[in-house]
Design a protein around this ligand. Sequence first.
Ligand code: UDP
Ligand code: MG
Length: 350
Amino acid sequence: MIEPVNSETHEVPTWPAASAPSASDETSKIAPKLSVVVPVYNEEDNLIPLHGKIDAALCNLGLTYEILYVDDGSRDRSFELLSEIAARDERAKVVRFRRNFGQTAAMSAGMNYASGEVIIPLDADLQNDPADIPRLLEKINEGYDVVSGWRKNRKDDEIRKFPSRVANRVISKVTGVHLHDYGCSLKAYRASVIKDVHLYGEMHRFIPAYAAMVGGKVTEIAVEHHPRFAGKSKYGMSRIFRVILDLMVVKFLGGYGNKPIYFFGGIGIGASLLGILCWLIAIAERLHKPENHINGNPLFYIGILLFVLSVQLVMLGLMAEMNMRTYYESQKKQPYVVAETRNIDGANSV
Ligand code: UDP
Ligand code: MG
């Protein structure tokens, strides 16, 4: 729900303003804030031009905004430069990690500190173009909760683009959320949709899929992409394996996060049925050829193995159920997400 900043005016604003207002326009006073979140790790040569570009892209939009730089334990002059930027521009806010915790953690911290109703993460290396931000906002204004950037004309080596193309196809298929570019950091999120998303590992790539799980409306638009001119990429090919493992987690949490016994128990029941089938075949063979002893039939042992496996899987499912309940009940989480309420006081109305 978008609320006016100025409580005296009870009109509900559209946001960002449909007809681009000037900074002096009344709408700018009631426009809620936009938070741009920038994870920074050893990007000293990019920060000053980056800040200039973000400012240039946002200053004429007639809305209040903040730029949250999260220094992820840089060992170069990044923090010094960010402090200088923050001293000159109060819209620039800086969070410094004690050590390098990774891009996902940096993005997550930025989102936690953000106060905007729309959050836009952006890489610090000038590969994303802040000039695309107004177009992302237009889509949010159309009613989307997530607008994913698509680096249609991506300026990276083929050796990075090819695995990424495969990964995007697989992730789209597995999650059912069809996007061309999960890996593009430049995306726009309505804060209300991602405020409950906790990011672990390198999960920032999957935020659109998580958002869709809680009923968010997701779309994508093509965005600019530039080659990296300064600094180095922080990733190698090992991210392929991490993406595969993260995808398994996303799929499991999305499908069975609050009913794990159906997953483990389902496979367990399947295994025991297969075990029974093995025994039936072994018995039938024994009846057909009485000279063969059942002990000598491998199917008999495979049946026992499958049966033991099924018991273990059901046990694992029960353990996972207990874990899941602890997770939900210790945090007073509900297995549903409320969109809005009417005449209900103090309810979770987001
Ligand atoms: N980054 C970070 N912590 C890390 C690795 C990267 O904050 O441990 C930041 C980095 O400074 C950049 C963004 O995340 O702003 C994307 O990183 P990079 O450009 O290396 O990724 P690529 O574009 O090569 O996928
Ligand atoms: Mg980059």
